[in-house]
Design a protein around this ligand. Structure first.
Ligand SMILES: [Zn+2]
Length: 82
């Protein structure tokens, strides 16, 4: 099991600013096509003005494999089980 950090950048049509959102996804294997399909089914809202972005808004996603350091930076998991 691996974690992937998805950085999603959306140009908001409501406030014209760039909304950046980071998601952590759990995956068995890193598959860009799977990620693209997953993202196309998601609804995002603007992090700046909270408007729900309409379907068809272009979403820019960057995926990278999460390292333990990066997960720690993002305070994930919230309460580690050891
Ligand atoms: Zn906005």
């Amino acid at each position: 099991m691996a974690y992937i950090i998805l950085t999603i950048t959306i140009k908001c049509p409501f406030c014209s600013r760039e909304s950046v959102e980071k998601l952590i996804a759990e995956t068995d294997e890193f598959d860009k096509q799977e990620m693209a399909r997953y993202l196309s089914q998601q609804t995002f809202d603007c992090q700046l003005c909270s408007e729900i972005l309409p379907a068809g808004t272009s979403v820019n996603a960057h995926a990278e494999l999460a390292t333990p350091e990066k997960l720690r930076e993002m305070h994930f998991p919230p309460s580690p089980i050891n």
